[in-house]
Write a new protein. Structure first.
Length: 324
């Protein structure tokens, strides 16, 4: 892996291209926040230029799961028709993974499990947090990649109302604050009414606002969101009947939202995050450069890791046959 990583941030690149004046314009900043910071879950000075836009995407529209992703896990737990249910264990936080031999031992707070192969799917933020001990330690290449690839943060404010007061067929609303320092604070809103049939808006807390909002009381964040909506839709809109917010940085099992191309990160870093180490295999959106930061990226990485294990058992079987 190259030691020298000549890369600069998107912010620095825009300055070098002569956009310094525009960077002080509220509308320009709102667009940057909505289109870049909200998408990459990072600030303009954290996102690297070299890999910017090099990832891939599928054709078609984004999809919404009205009842949340927990229904996917519930389906897997119960087992689809004709399939064996998965044995999903809850309340078993992993603390140590012992590998390096022919088997892997996984230690939780309460039990110990042994397996021929293990797929590590914890978020990159958990790997950065070192909350799981690997014995022996992971390879230097993987440790360097864990440090090099960014793990961003974006939070959401969810507001439920008793009626719709916005255009029902408009999916996205963008707020332009007068203060450019507020560009990530609920600049970007999406309308969930069409997908759920319930009068619901979701505001995004991006850039520096994502972490700052986690330190604030939820009622204060909600009031800030309502002030913005009143500036967009008028002073007489109703108060929400329910509200909630995410706090992905404080969540010990995520420590953030999803990966991004931090300044200095290179493609080899994602390859290193993907590589297996003996009986340990790795999956998650952060191991899939083409689709990092997405649900389908995480899914495809799981398919890839499962195929790796299948092929390793096939190779072992062929080797045993040759020995005979």
């Amino acid at each position: 892996m190259d030691d020298v990583r000549p890369d600069v941030s998107i912010f620095t690149t825009l300055q070098k291209l002569g956009y310094s004046k525009q960077l002080n314009d509220p509308l320009f900043n709102s667009i940057l926040s909505a289109e870049i910071e909200s998408d990459y879950a990072a600030t303009m000075d954290q996102i690297g230029t070299d890999l910017f836009g090099d990832d891939d995407e599928f054709e078609g529209h984004d999809e919404v799961m009205p009842n949340g992703f927990s229904q996917v896990m519930e389906c897997l737990r119960k087992g689809a028709e004709g399939e064996t249910p998965l044995n999903v264990l809850l309340n078993q936080p992993v603390r140590r993974i012992i590998h390096g031999g022919r088997h892997v031992t996984v230690e939780t707070d309460y039990e110990q499990f042994e397996a021929d192969r293990v797929i590590v799917t914890v978020p990159l933020g958990v790997l950065k947090d070192n909350s799981i001990i690997f014995e022996p330690p992971l390879s230097p290449e993987k440790e360097n990649a864990i440090a090099a690839v960014g793990f961003g943060l974006i939070n959401k404010l969810i507001l439920r109302f008793d009626r719709v007061f916005w255009k029902e067929d408009t999916f996205v609303f963008v707020h332009v604050p007068n203060d450019i320092e507020q560009r990530g604070f609920l600049t970007y809103w999406i309308n969930l009414y069409a997908a759920t049939g319930k009068p619901t808006l979701i505001g995004f807390l991006a850039g520096n606002s994502a972490e700052q909002a986690e330190a604030a009381d939820v009622a204060d964040v909600m009031e800030g969101g309502m002030a913005i909506l009143r500036s967009m839709f008028g002073p007489n809109i109703p108060n929400p009947v329910a509200y909630a917010r995410t706090m992905w940085k404080n969540e010990q099992y995520t420590r953030g939202s999803y990966s991004f191309n931090q300044v200095g990160a290179i493609r080899d870093d994602w390859a290193a995050l993907e590589d297996s180490e003996g009986c340990l295999h790795f999956a998650g959106e952060h191991t899939n450069f083409d689709y990092h930061g997405t649900v389908h990226g995480a899914y495809l990485s799981g398919v890839r890791a499962a195929k790796e294990i299948e092929e390793s058992f096939e190779d072992h079987a062929e080797s045993s046959d040759d020995d005979d």
